[in-house]
Design a protein around this ligand. Structure first.
Ligand SMILES: Nc1ncnc2c1ncn2[C@@H]1O[C@H](COP(=O)(O)OP(=O)(O)OP(=O)(O)O)[C@@H](O)[C@H]1O
Ligand SMILES: [Mg+2]
Length: 204
């Protein structure tokens, strides 16, 4: 399975999502993370060798692809519409992280319009960095997207400091010593299972 993580807006959790979905898939079958962002944030994250899967650049990917059952592709922010078209065509599922704030949601609308214009249908929005109650931002964003008919993963990723520590420590959130690290992993675990369910249904 090839999963691509993309969004028009930067800093919405693409790399965090790519790393954690790759860690999820690696539990099922050999998985490689392809770092398609010239900033090389995923490569940097994995530089201590503590991530449970292989991280390679786009240019190295072809050589290694057949050793892996699953491939997760992290991409740069602000792709051109043409890039998005190729990204959507080149995967089984496009995961589009979005934070529940007005700017991010506005950028998401553009992304969805572009995807609709090119007839893409294998995509799903992931609400991420969602603040805790009493904030209603996550729920409001979900309702808004659902009312527009946008497909959204049924679990959201909570905003947790443990995710920032995971980057610094070069591990997944599950390895971070923090009372909330398990909650962070559970969120991505739920997304991974939902994703596998989608793939199974698509294959049936
Ligand atoms: N669920 C979360 N809770 C708290 N912080 C988070 C969460 N997800 C991501 N972050 C933090 O938000 C910042 C941006 O995340 P990330 O690098 O994954 O975004 P990105 O979309 O890949 O950014 P870029 O467009 O620059 O590639 C990072 O500091 C990351 O640690
Ligand atoms: Mg990134």
């Amino acid at each position: 399975m090839v999963i691509t993580v993309a969004s028009f807006k930067g800093g919405v959790g693409k790399t965090t999502t790519a790393v954690h979905l790759a860690a999820f898939l690696q539990k099922h079958a050999p998985t490689m993370l392809v770092d398609g962002d010239p900033n090389r944030s995923s490569t940097e994250w994995g530089r201590h060798g503590k991530l449970p899967f292989r991280v390679v650049t786009e240019r190295e990917a072809a050589l290694h692809a057949r050793e892996f059952e699953h491939i997760v592709i992290d991409t740069k922010a602000r792709p051109e519409e043409e890039d998005l078209k190729e990204l959507a065509r080149g995967c089984h599922l496009l995961v589009i992280p979005c934070t529940p704030d007005p700017l991010s949601l506005q950028a998401l609308r553009l992304t969805i319009q572009s995807l609709q214009a090119i007839g893409a249908d294998r995509y799903r929005v992931l609400l991420t960095v969602v603040p805790p109650k009493p904030s209603r931002d996550g729920e409001d964003a979900r309702e808004m997207l659902s009312s527009l008919g946008v497909p959204v993963f049924s679990t959201s990723i909570r905003r947790l400091v443990a995710f920032q520590r995971a980057v610094l420590e070069g591990t997944t959130v599950a390895e971070v010593e923090d009372p909330r690290s398990r909650a962070g992993w559970e969120d991505y675990d739920a997304i991974g299972n939902e994703m596998l369910g989608l793939a199974t249904r698509a294959a049936a």
